[in-house]
Ligand binder design. Structure first.
Ligand SMILES: [Zn+2]
Length: 295
């Protein structure tokens, strides 16, 4: 069982505007996970607790620090009863978190820090890091391949974590994602990414903006067969938002008929387009098609 491998310790730093503002994540449960390393070789989870509990000069923090002996949450994440709070682990003016997820990492993601270097045993710390990410994906029904990003991937001009610490052990982000995915697959609870629910927002948007108008148009024309197709499509999307798997052909049809053209049009007109990309990836996730990254 994913839950039983390690225990999570919780010792929260005091509430302070530059480290722990004490406000909830704007999305409720964590929507994605940013894999960091501390950039501070040899410093333990405990050392980072002490640092961030006192630190007053700069706006910075993260939720959880993981070394070779402890997984220490210093800001509530929602793994226990305390609801997930904001931390300051990704600079606000990088645009990639908004493009990929439609929100700022600090408002929506957990910052998960790997402690490394010095006397810290890499394998022991890495195993806890992989487990924690696995547990988080399991708890909130997130798919590792689309919901775990490194700090470097979000802020490539300024940051090198957590790739820099993984590289010390000959590992890459690809290894990390595969290790988490494998651990999920080997869990007796069988966390099946296919069963990840479509969000109700995407469900409503797709039905109201695209499927219903198409259904109505065909019905008005007396094209009963096509109208029936759209009625079934809407049903399948509703069921996907209740946790059923969306047929792949349905996901592809919605993406190619409506979302891709809408995305292209928004791009051409210089309007916000990332939400179309995000909805397409949600449909891919709920039908078991690999998600696509935007570049
Ligand atoms: Zn970082």
């Amino acid at each position: 069982m994913v839950k039983a491998d390690y225990t999570i310790e919780r010792r929260y730093i005091r509430i302070r505007s530059n480290t722990r503002p004490g406000t909830r994540l704007s999305v409720g449960s964590p929507a994605f996970f940013v894999a960091h390393d501390t950039g501070n070789p040899g410093a333990s989870a405990e050392a980072h607790f002490r640092y961030f509990d006192r630190q007053q000069e700069r706006s910075a923090s993260a939720h959880v620090f993981i070394d070779d002996s402890v997984i220490l949450e210093i800001i509530p994440t929602g793994t226990a009863e305390d609801p997930a709070e904001k931390a300051y682990h990704v600079v606000r003016n990088t645009p990639l978190d908004n493009e990929l997820f439609g929100c700022d990492a600090n408002d929506a993601a957990l910052g998960v820090e790997l402690c490394y270097g010095g006397n810290i045993n890499f394998e022991a710390a890495y195993d806890r890091f992989v487990w924690y990410l696995t547990y988080s994906c399991w708890k909130w029904g997130r798919q590792p391949s689309s919901r775990i990003v490194s700090h470097r991937q979000l802020d490539p001009t300024r940051k090198r974590d957590c790739e820099q610490s993984l590289a010390l052990a000959g590992k890459t982000m690809g290894n990390l994602i595969r290790d988490v995915t494998e651990r999920m697959a080997n869990s007796p609870e069988k966390i099946i990414p296919d069963a990840i629910k479509l969000s109700s927002e995407t469900c409503d948007h797709v039905i109201r903006s695209y499927i219903q108008p198409a259904w109505h148009e065909r019905k008005t024309k007396g094209d009963i067969e096509s109208a029936g197709h759209y009625a079934r499509l809407a049903d399948n999307v509703r069921q996907a938002s209740a946790g059923s798997k969306l047929p792949k052909s349905n996901a592809q049809e919605i993406i190619y008929t409506w979302l891709s053209p809408a995305w292209l049009k928004a791009e051409r007109e210089g309007r916000q387009s990332s939400h179309f990309h995000r909805m397409a990836n949600e449909l891919r996730e709920s039908s078991g098609i690999p998600v696509e990254t935007q570049d």
